[in-house]
Design a protein around this ligand. Structure first.
Ligand code: GCB
Length: 618
């Protein structure tokens, strides 16, 4: 199976959103309820059918979307959000690649279905991996390429005028990856009779002085004659600035800045920007209201530092995955809150969304708790030379547009990552990353841009274009396995080579070792908990020297164990977690916890912070 295909499924869930006819829908806002907006969650059990026909095309030939799915053949219950691969006991589904069909019949409130109320009904998917076609009552309403990012369509004309009839939503979903998808992939048919060697691949601006200027831009669709008013409220509900018109600046006196967790006693401060639009339709006054949380902060990169609100910020954090037992990749509130509690316990102030955008609800909590995010697009595994061609490049640009459109207003997002470990030593990588990074900066000039490299510093064609060098290395694991003693020399050399070449700050964006929980060995041998701890200590002693110079962060690989394709380096998945897949700490978690709290206490101007098991206080 191609790497990445196991993420198949409707992970982000789908949402139905009611908007007024002339609602401020530009920019595909996250569906928040307001006096003018209602929302209906569509998660839960859906009917599901995988298309096992030889060409995987029976669903299209027989037009399964024209009737209830159960009438086309056998269906099973499938929870949404979740990965369909991980739910059943059927091995043919676990490794299934191709078209699968989801369907749900929904009863909508009567007032949504009347066509004379100027209501707009929008069907929205948070994430569906990888290619989706959606029908409502047999009418195709949208098509979207790419997982992890939202897409939506106005379905008012399809459903209005027929009250009482359930709204049947049918989704055909294809998880096939090709050299031109993001992530790229390829399918390998296991019908080779010879044995050979195979490779598996895989709105805000701010300042810290006595006032801040918040720039805004509102786009309105569906009306040209409207009035817009904006008010910015602080957390006490006091209006601190007002504005009108579709673009402008709000001046905030003595602003409360958005600070990262552990850098301030009140991290994650957000104002509420209420946008009100009024218009006339058919003689009636229509009003649409949307409230956006807004943080005020600045980000700057120098040749040796990463500054948030003018103060040096050191990333002591993790890389994560949206992954858990049973559900696979799928949004889950208990898991999300557990993970944030573990981040707090650990004293982590940041994470990278390796290797794809995470659910918007997770991003909301990062904004609220002050967890700093390096927001990564699904550009993982760009290894084949054909994945650097124009077709892939154009798609990559579109994905960056979708990601920035979704997350641009988030104070927690301090940097975009356009890829993870591409084959950036290949010559076409130069033009490719120059273009992707320039496009990203043009879309969002306010944030630095990077990609995560594991290429040799002297051969990397993409590194000249990044603002921060993010480098992954697995000394004593993938390189010189079992030899912990190589770490000090190799890691020091790694940092010095990158810095002397580029004079840009460096984040160790991945380092790690697998450990099977409960496996012990002294002296430390690979896969034991002791080996993982010893590897951490060796890395940390080098970080401590270099963070006095230009190393600005360390992100452990990985926060928790996670499932992968099978392989000789995998023991029921990747075991580089410092927590198990069930979120219990391994010995390494305690080592990291001591370290992160120590760094937080050293670099904070606050009184010593007490380690706490409590929830984030909000
Ligand atoms: C890496 C990748 C990450 C893998 C990790 C590993 O370099 O970026 O996706 O999971 O190594 O443990 O193999």
């Amino acid at each position: 199976m191609a790497a990445g295909a196991s993420g198949g499924g409707m992970a982000g869930g789908c949402r139905l959103l009611l908007l007024l006819a002339a609602g401020a829908a530009g920019g595909m806002l996250y569906p928040r309820e307001s006096p003018s907006r209602e929302r209906k969650e569509l998660g839960g059990l859906w009917s599901f059918r995988a298309d096992f026909s030889p060409g995987r095309d029976a669903g299209f030939v027989q037009r399964w979307y024209r009737q209830p799915l159960r009438q086309t053949g056998p269906v099973i219950d499938m929870p949404v959000p979740a990965s369909f691969n991980d739910i059943t006991q059927d091995p043919s589904l676990e490794n299934y690649i191709g078209w699968v069909w989801y369907e749900k019949e929904v009863l909508l409130p009567l007032r949504w279905l009347q066509d004379d109320l100027n209501t707009r009904v929008v069907l929205r998917f948070g994430s569906a991996h990888y290619y989706s076609i959606v029908w409502v009552n047999g009418v195709q309403v949208m098509e979207h390429e790419g997982g992890h990012l939202p897409f939506e369509a106005d379905i008012s004309s399809v459903i209005q005028g027929s009250p009482g009839i359930p709204c049947r939503i049918t989704v055909a979903l294809n998880n096939t990856l090709t050299p031109h998808t993001l992530p790229p992939g390829s399918i390998q048919y296991m019908n080779d009779k010879t044995r050979d060697e195979r490779m598996g691949i895989y709105s805000a601006a701010g300042r810290s002085s006595s006032f801040a200027m918040v720039q805004y831009q509102v786009s309105v669709v569906g009306s040209t004659l409207y009035s817009l008013s904006l008010s910015l409220r602080d957390q006490e509900g006091k209006v601190v600035a007002t504005g009108d018109g579709p673009a402008g600046e709000l001046k905030v006196l003595n602003p409360n800045l958005w600070w990262p967790y552990l850098m301030h006693e009140n991290p994650g401060y957000r104002y509420s920007l209420e946008v009100k639009m009024q218009t006339q339709a058919n003689g009636a006054l229509l009003e649409d209201v949307y409230t956006l949380p807004v943080g005020i902060r600045t980000v700057h990169v120098t040749s040796t530092q990463f500054l948030i609100n003018g103060r040096p910020f050191y990333f002591h954090g993790v890389n994560k995955h949206e992954d858990a037992d049973i559900r696979g990749k799928g949004f889950d509130w208990p898991l999300v809150v557990k993970d944030f509690n573990l981040l707090r316990w650990l004293g982590a102030n940041s994470f990278r969304t390796s290797h794809y955008p995470y659910a918007e609800e997770i991003m909301d909590l990062c904004d609220a708790y002050g967890i700093v995010v390096i927001d990564e697009c699904p550009g993982v595994g760009i290894k084949m030379s054909e994945s650097f061609g124009n077709k892939s490049l154009q798609h990559h640009l579109v994905v960056m547009e979708e990601l920035i459109r979704r997350d641009k207003n988030r104070p927690s997002v301090v940097m975009w990552s356009v890829a993870n470990e591409p084959a950036s030593e290949l010559p076409p990588a130069g033009y490719y990353f120059k273009t992707v990074i320039a496009h990203t900066k043009a879309l969002d000039p306010s944030r630095p841009v990077t990609f995560v490299t594991d290429a040799n510093y002297a051969l990397d064609h993409g590194a000249p274009y990044v603002d921060v060098i993010c480098v992954n290395s697995y000394f004593s694991w993938y390189h010189d396995p079992g030899h912990l003693e190589v770490i000090p020399l190799q890691l020091t050399t790694q940092f010095e080579n990158w810095y002397k070449t580029y004079q840009k700050p460096i984040i160790q964006s991945e380092y790690g070792a697998d450990s099977v929980p409960g496996l012990h060995s002294d002296p430390p041998l690979m896969f034991s908990e002791e080996y993982q701890k010893a590897m951490l200590r060796e890395y940390h002693s080098v970080f401590d020297k270099k963070r006095k110079e230009y190393v600005i962060g360390e992100l452990i690989w990985n926060f928790a164990d996670f499932m992968t394709n099978q392989g000789t380096t995998r023991v029921l998945g990747n075991k580089k977690g410092i927590f198990t897949r069930q979120r219990q700490p391994k010995s390494a978690a305690f080592v990291l916890r001591e370290r992160y709290w120590k760094i937080a206490n050293e670099s904070s101007c606050l009184p010593p912070i007490i380690k706490s098991h409590a929830l984030f206080l909000k």
